[in-house]
Ligand binder design. Structure first.
Ligand code: H13
Length: 253
């Protein structure tokens, strides 16, 4: 049911539905802006390069809060043949998730807030040390145009939120997350006619940022080892999945 929409009659367009703001609109705006700010900050002192493979670089900063590891993670990658929109679309869309995720038992959408924002409830595999984890988060996809000539920036943010349809049931532990995937598209040797752009002209510059609190004490060596192994694995598997899926499809700008 739509509760925050108003129908108005206009002399020229006839009836028109005006979509109001939903309850999480302000929070989403704030978190999106924070990520856009944070993404331009380069890694400097305190950030350790934990994995490098081809164009992929994964950094983390060791941080503990009350003895719980909450290391921020930042990954940079460049992927040939795809656009930022394609990368973000495949990351956000529910229908592809179980094809590239290897750390989930299940995923479901429990609420649709608007066409670009849904709330997910997920059960995580026990790659996480100790008890099984679940998560409940809003997931928002957005396109930001910088200028008329430049390709827009695409981003997806996943951010923990409570939900009446997803109560915390002990002994299950809830992950607390603030994750962003931010992508820019580069067009190399642009043909005169934009219609002639081929996949070989495309490159996507990806930044993935994850701030995850395991939601309870776990041995720090264990979490850090899992993170060091699983994040690069996810980036590799997910990006090759998108390359494979889009290879013979029209380019989604
Ligand atoms: O970002 C990834 N997957 C998203 C889509 O399923 C969900 C993710 C999220 C995670 C946790 C809570 C809420 C949302 O954004 C890919 C995640 C890869 C994770 C690799 C495992 C790393 C383990 C690190 C342990 C830190 C406590």
């Amino acid at each position: 049911t739509v509760t925050n929409a108003t129908v108005v009659s206009t002399p020229h367009e006839g009836n028109l539905v005006i979509q109001g703001k939903h309850r999480l609109a302000n929070e989403i705006e704030r978190i999106v802006q924070e990520h856009l700010q944070y993404v331009r900050e380069s890694v400097s002192h305190g950030w350790d390069l934990i994995h490098q493979e081809g164009e992929m670089k994964v950094y983390r900063r060791e941080v503990e809060e009350n003895g719980i590891v909450i290391d921020p993670l930042k990954c940079f990658h460049t992927i040939k043949g795809v656009t930022g929109h394609e990368i973000c679309r495949y990351f956000w869309e529910y229908q592809y998730r179980m094809e590239w995720e290897t750390t989930l038992d299940s995923t479901k959408i429990i609420e649709v807030l608007d066409p670009d924002t849904v709330i997910f409830f997920q059960l995580h595999k026990r790659v996480w040390p100790a008890a099984q984890r679940d998560s409940c988060f809003w997931s928002h996809i957005r396109c930001i145009s910088n200028s008329e000539e430049d390709q827009p920036t695409w981003l997806v943010v996943n951010y923990t939120t409570p939900h009446p349809l997803a109560p915390i049931k002990s002994p299950q532990v809830r992950l607390v997350a603030n994750v962003a995937l931010i992508c820019e598209t580069i067009i190399n040797e642009p043909p005169l006619n934009p219609q002639d752009i081929k996949r070989e002209n495309l490159e996507c510059k990806l930044t993935y940022v994850a701030l995850i609190n395991p939601g309870g004490w776990v041995p720090s060596v264990g979490v850090r080892n899992v993170a060091k192994r699983e994040y690069p694995r996810f980036i590799k598997r997910f990006t090759s999945y998108v390359v494979d899926q889009t290879r013979d499809k029209p380019i989604l700008f």
